[in-house]
Design a protein around this ligand. Structure first.
Ligand code: G3P
Ligand code: MG
Length: 224
């Protein structure tokens, strides 16, 4: 398998994170995957990382307390709007695969419904990977989609958890990634994706370790 370059929140080292501009730039920088973070508001799936608006927009307050019209009125950087998931998917238009990371509560169902509709309109389930740190939420996604079990901290039972989820990928923080864990994951039939890797030397080190792909804010630093 080729070593995957996954644009983390798009090419977020070069453009405002989780905006259409950042996703377009990731594709220009030859990412074969992009990663984005989602919440569900008024049954619309929107793309933003934090549960609060202040860091990445000119708005205030909690994402999940806001109305969709308020969220859509905000500037997410460089005049970009907070995109909806469907806007990102239509922009990408099969030029890259998409890792949808479930951040907000209640995202599994609307994300699954949207992706199922797209699969009826010519998208393939394999063009998507749904991931989350919230494993109970991830377990509610439709089984036709591949699941990535995210871990920020070391645990003793990675594979009991991935097995319960029927996971396709083990998505690890670079801080907890070891050659032994990568080997064990491969023995379990999992691919291993590591975040967030912004230094060229770390990219090369992880590639040599057998990691299957990395999430990066700087796809232009990816070893090619
Ligand atoms: O999915 C990989 C990575 O995005 C997980 O952490 O906080 O950047 O969403 P975070
Ligand atoms: Mg993320």
């Amino acid at each position: 398998m080729t070593f995957l370059c996954i644009g983390h929140r798009g090419a977020s080292g070069h453009a405002p994170e989780n905006t259409l501009k950042a996703f377009e730039m990731a594709i220009e920088m030859q990412c074969t995957w992009i990663e984005l973070d989602v919440y569900a508001v008024e049954n619309e799936v929107i793309v933003i990382h934090d549960d609060k608006l202040e860091r990445t927009t000119d708005g205030h307050g909690d994402v999940m307390d806001a109305s969709l019209s308020y969220l859509r009125s905000l500037d997410a950087g460089d005049g970009e709007k907070i995109p909806t998931l469907i806007e990102v998917i239509e922009l990408v238009n099969h030029r890259a695969c998409i890792n949808v990371e479930l951040k907000g509560a209640g995202t599994a169902e609307p994300v699954s419904q949207l992706l199922i509709q797209l699969c009826q309109r010519g998208w393939q389930a394999e063009e998507f990977l749904i991931s989350s740190f919230d494993h109970p939420e991830l377990a509610k996604t439709d089984k036709i989609f591949r699941r990535g079990a995210l871990f920020a901290k070391k645990v003793d039972d990675y594979f009991a958890r991935t097995t319960r989820l029927g996971a396709y990928a083990l998505n690890l923080s670079m801080k907890i990634t070891t050659a032994e864990l990568v080997r064990q994951a491969h023995d379990q039939g999992l691919i291993v994706l590591v975040y967030t890797v912004n230094k060229h030397e770390d990219m090369q080190r992880l590639k040599a370790m057998g990691v299957d792909g990395i999430f990066t804010n700087f796809p232009d630093r990816f070893p090619r």
